[in-house]
Design a protein. Structure first.
Length: 256
């Protein structure tokens, strides 16, 4: 009952795999200035990682986002047929020539890929040497584990033995702990199976801002003018992000 009271009225009863749901989420981000500022910070972080070299930049799972406002010329894409997308594509079958991309970027998308190993191999085929994959993903910490387990609608299974899961739906299928499993818990396996990728950066962050902004499913808890105060609080706690961070910026670099 408590969660229903704070849930966003536009999200109640919606089917996550319906393209109309993603369009509604795009509208929610537009209407919630605090949440939009979170996405703007994520896009700035990602943009700073993109190498200055030849090749296109592809965003996977563009959906409700607006990264094209920060990265002119980016190819936006989604597995769903949505207005405003450059491409409709499946991340497991990238329709690009070998070594044609300088970067693949994603915001909260990797944990929805049911065959992530297939994606990583496809990305290695398409990304040029010294190119990158840059992503924002949910991260596992003592704090985030509590929040994602008790308050979040998506599956969150840090103890899952396998990286893969059943593709029951384009967006409803997920394991929110997947990035942490691959790049932290199973890091040695990742390095063994994907030597072409160097894990260059993991930056846990944002323990409170996303909660304060209400995310995509609940009402905003805080007005826009408080945003920079929340940023200041999190900066003061930067030494504790390994225990508090709810998300992480993750950067992989193509070695050869």
């Amino acid at each position: 009952m408590a969660l229903r009271l704070v849930s966003h009225p536009l999200t109640r009863g919606m089917n996550l795999d319906d393209p109309d749901t993603t369009i509604i989420r795009r509208e929610i981000i537009k209407r919630k200035p605090f949440l939009r500022m979170i996405y703007e910070d994520w896009y700035r972080e990602i943009s700073l990682e993109i190498p200055d070299m030849q090749g296109q930049v592809l965003e996977i799972g563009s959906g409700a986002g607006f990264i094209d406002e920060h990265l002119p010329g980016v190819l936006t894409s989604d597995v769903l047929c949505l207005p405003g997308m450059s491409l409709v594509l499946d991340a497991h079958r990238l329709s690009f020539a070998d070594l044609s991309l300088r970067a693949i970027v994603m915001t909260n998308v990797l944990h929805h890929l049911p065959a992530v190993s297939v994606f990583l191999r496809e990305a290695a085929r398409c990304v040029r040497p010294n190119g990158i994959i840059a992503m924002i993903e949910p991260w596992v910490t003592p704090w985030s584990k509590l929040i994602y387990t008790l308050l979040h609608h998506e599956p969150f299974s840090p103890m899952a033995r396998e990286w893969e899961f059943s593709p029951v739906g384009a967006l409803s299928a997920a394991n929110g702990a997947l990035a942490w499993i691959i790049f932290s818990r199973d890091r040695s396996r990742f390095q063994l199976e994907f030597p072409e990728w160097k894990l260059e950066k993991i930056k846990p962050e944002m323990p409170f801002r996303y909660l304060a902004g209400g995310g995509l499913s609940t009402r905003s808890m805080m007005p826009r003018w408080t945003y920079h105060y929340w940023c200041g609080i999190e900066r003061r706690l930067h030494m504790f992000m390994g225990s508090l961070g709810m998300f992480a910026l993750i950067v992989l670099r193509r070695c050869w």
